[in-house]
Design a protein around this ligand. Sequence first.
Ligand SMILES: [Zn+2]
Length: 276
Amino acid sequence: MVDTKNIRASICKIGKLLYDRDLTDSSGGNISVRDGNYIYINPRRAGHDFQWEIDEDTIIVTDICKMPVIGEVNRISREAATHYYIYQNFPEINSVIHGHPFYMMAFGAAHMDIPPISEGTRAVLGNFPVTNVPEVVPGSIEQAEEIVKNFKKRRELDPGCPLICNIPFHGTFAAGETINDAFLYTEVANNCAKILIYRQSMFGNDPKADFEVHKHFTKEDFKTIEVSKDVCTPGYAYTDVFGRKTVFGSSGSSIGTEFSDISKRVTEEVLRQLKK
Ligand SMILES: [Zn+2]
């Protein structure tokens, strides 16, 4: 579990997860978190020198213009320009992750978009593909500008949508309201790319293969995933936790009612004792 209250620990933990899940490699990857006016960011060469087993104390803290607060500013990740430029352009973004996700990079190495096909990508990232920025020098100001341009375009097409893009022959940038969001966007997009590659290699020549998405769900459809639902139809006969034969939905058979009565009686008794 990522301890998002301990920002420095969360960066170390997510960095290790990225590394262990092939979402980045020893040549790169970097993570930052915004907390109010502070930016927390990993030191450079966290993969190369430490295989992402870095200590919380190595995390560097600055303001939004990279003026140092804690740590050496010249030790900050080499991709810092893109991180800070994203924060300056998207006030609602509180975490940025740059990774080298293996399967997404296969698409980037062909300048191909990644269409959302998995439930994860469609529900989380929306209906628009993850697109590539032009080829840019890693860590450059030009890269920062192109990624912000890509994110703004994405938001024009789908207001409020998650921010993620591919960089040809290099890796990805994802930005979210939390570090968990930015990690999720990276992981689901990489899983989608993986499915596309496996599907093509397994069934690409099979005339029976049907690659079409037959049902396009709306954002409202996906919001219903969050709604708690009844899992039993009235009239279903079963044995309850007290060993009684009962029928779901019949009067007096609801365990929920029974527990709620017990809970109410206990609460009343506690309150009565407290008042003494
Ligand atoms: Zn990189």
